[in-house]
Structure formats: C-alpha cells, structure tokens
Design a protein around this ligand. Structure first.
Ligand code: GLA
Length: 367
C-alpha cells in the first residue's frame, strides 16, 4: 500500500521543501581540481516533507522505493537513501543546532543513476526543510557545503562541490558559473536562441566510483609534480606536457576544460558554445578517459541531427546521459532523430530526460 504524506504524518507535515538536480554544460571533473563549471538546474525536483516525530525515533519514508528507515535518536540509518538524510541531520547538529527526532517523507521525479545528481537534490531539499522547520540561519553556499559533506561522510561518495552548489543555487534557465575554490558564483544566460536537451544512454554508470577516485588521485599527483596546489593553478597550459602519461593527459583535460568554461562564461555565441561542448567531450573521451562507446555514439548521433550545435557527456561518465545545445525549437526533433540512429546502430534504448517528456509519468525510477 502506498503511504501518502497524510498517512505518514497523520495530517499535514509541518514543512515542505524541494531542490532540483543538475545538468552540467561545461567543466567536467574540474570541481575537485579547484576549477570552474557551468551547470543548470533540472526541471525535476526532489520534495521533502518534514515534521518533528514526537517520539524518540527518526522515521524516513520514500514512496519511490516504498522503503522505510527507522532508527533511535542516537542510532544511525543503514546505508541507502537514509544515509543522505541522516548525514544532513548529524552535520547540522555538529554546527551546534539542536535537532529533535524527525519524520521525513521524500519523493522525487528525478531519474536516478543517469547522472542528474538526485543525491545532491535529496541533501539540499533535506537541509532546506530542516532550515524551515527549525528556523536556523544557513546561507545557500554553506548549505551546499554541508550537503557535500553529508554525501562524502555518510553516503561515502567522494564527490566535489558542483552538484550541491548547482542544486542549491542554480536555476533552469541560466547557467551557474561556479569557482570551486572560492565558491564565488553567478548566473550566466544560455547563448541566445538555444535550448538544451538531455538524453540518457540507457547504460548504467558502472565503475564510476572506482574510476572517479582513480582520476582524483591522478590529478593530485599531477598537481604535485607540477608544484601547484591544484591543477587549477597551472599557469602555462604547455607545462602539463612534461608530465608522464597518463598524468599528462589527465592534467591536459583539466587545464583545457577550465579554459573552455572561462571562455563560455564570458559570453560566447551559440555556435562557439557548441564547439566548446564538442571539444569537452573529445577531451573527456581521449585525455580523461571517462567516456564509453555508447556515450560517444549518442553524442555523435546528436551532433549529426539538424539543429544541434554541440553535444557532450554530462556528469562523471562511464554511462549516464549526454547533453546537447540546440537551436530554439529544434531540440525535441533532434533528440528523436538521434535516438533512432543510436538505437539502429547500437540496439540501445535511450530516452529523453530533460525537458520532462510529456508522455512520461513521474517516478518511473526510484530515488
Ligand atoms: C560527479 C561529482 C561532481 C563532479 C562530477 C564530474 O557528478 O559528484 O562533484 O566531480 O562528477 O564533473
């Protein structure tokens, strides 16, 4: 039996909050190198309803998973969706804020496992709900930092700050320029007369975690050998060529990707933005080696479709989705053409994730 908020709370919850996922347009694998990125928020969101529990236990429920997590005030949640929520609670407590046991109902229409950061949306929505319920001060950047720590320390995913910053501060119609070192940020309009489309490759992200950690370690080693704090600090892009392989290629990607973001954030035309996206994909494929043949094929199919200005994988790679920049009004048709070509060549079934397809009901995948 599906549990509704009414049955879960025995009436209306005390507060409701929500947060979006993100699609990164440029600046991949740059955040943990103190670099730059340009994500937008997804139209899909994660909703969190919250009340004080009135007993000595935390109670979490997800209708998407039809799963309940219950644990005593000083206990802990088992690994799973409850760890993200518990992480937020414990880290707010660590800020010196008293948090009573809570009832938390979390529902999402974000597709999971496609690289749209449903986990950041869950963390940010949880922290927003706690802020509203308990009335403490927490600015949106600090909130993103706490959300990131919840993911690292409680969900045990060694992520950078991009997803949580995007979920906390981005909107759907502008890109959010982020400096991962200073956390300075500003909204930047999309190139004029363009629209975005995000297409899932139908390949789940395998190896993502282990390869992600491997890439992070390679970047740190590269920075050390170059005598800089982080690859963001490389002043002369040619200096990376002195590194041994594969550190050379990894560093080359990061340095060039940062330059692409800085150029795009300064405001470039639609065609140039598309070229930067294509260059980003090639760099992720050849130098950073986080693409897979299916993502390459899908990007190529998108680029070949009329109206597409550029396409690249989005997120960590090793599966998940591609994003394309299209001329206004042409994105849907371009995606349909590309998906048909992709299916024909690869036998794979891709699907549109953003904008939200009109023929799809929410929640066809769980949290
Ligand atoms: C994942 C991480 C982010 C970022 C991207 C790659 O989404 O959570 O912090 O590193 O990969 O750009």
């Amino acid at each position: 039996m599906t549990v509704t908020t009414d049955t879960f709370f025995g009436g209306a919850p005390e507060v409701n909050a929500s947060a979006p996922g993100r699609v990164n347009l440029l600046g991949e694998h740059t955040d943990y190198n103190d670099g730059f990125m340009l994500p937008v928020a997804t139209p899909q969101r994660t909703m969190v309803a919250m009340s004080r529990s009135g007993d000595d236990h935390f109670h979490f429920y997800s209708p998407n998973l039809d799963a309940t997590v219950t644990f005593v005030r000083d206990g802990s949640a088992p690994q799973g969706f409850g760890s993200y929520i518990e992480g937020c609670i414990r880290l707010v407590q660590a800020e010196g804020i008293e948090v009573p046991p809570l009832r938390v109902y979390v529902e999402t229409d974000l597709p999971v496992g496609s690289g749209l950061s449903s986990s950041a949306a869950l963390e940010v929505a949880t922290l927003r709900a706690m802020r509203a319920l308990l009335g403490f001060e927490l600015d949106d950047v600090k909130l993103a930092r706490i959300a990131q720590r919840a993911e690292i320390e409680y969900a045990r995913v060694n992520c950078g700050i991009m997803d949580q910053m995007a979920s906390s501060l981005a909107d759907e119609s502008n890109m959010l320029f982020i400096d991962a070192r200073s956390l300075e940020h500003r909204l930047v309009p999309l190139p004029p007369d363009t629209e975005l489309i995000v297409v899932d490759s139908g390949v789940a992200r395998k190896l993502a975690a282990s390869k992600y950690n491997e890439r992070r370690a390679e970047c740190e080693e590269g920075a050390k050998k170059l005598g800089v704090q982080a690859l963001r600090d490389v002043a002369d892009p040619a200096s990376v060529e002195s590194l041994p392989s594969p550190l050379r290629e990894r560093a080359r990607h990061v340095v060039q990707e940062n330059l692409r973001v800085l150029e795009a954030a300064d405001g470039v035309g639609a065609e140039r933005f598309g070229e930067l996206m294509n260059a980003s994909h090639l760099s992720l494929r050849d130098d950073y080696e986080v693409s897979i043949p299916e993502l390459d094929a899908l990007c190529e199919a998108l680029r070949a479709a009329p109206g597409v200005l550029g396409a690249r994988l989005t997120g960590a790679g090793f599966g998940g989705a591609c994003v394309a920049l299209c001329r206004k009004g042409q994105a849907q048709q371009a995606a349909a053409t590309a998906l048909a070509a992709y299916h024909k060549a690869d036998g794979r079934q891709g699907r549109i994730l953003v904008p939200v397809p009109t023929d799809r009901k929410d929640n066809d995948e769980p949290v």
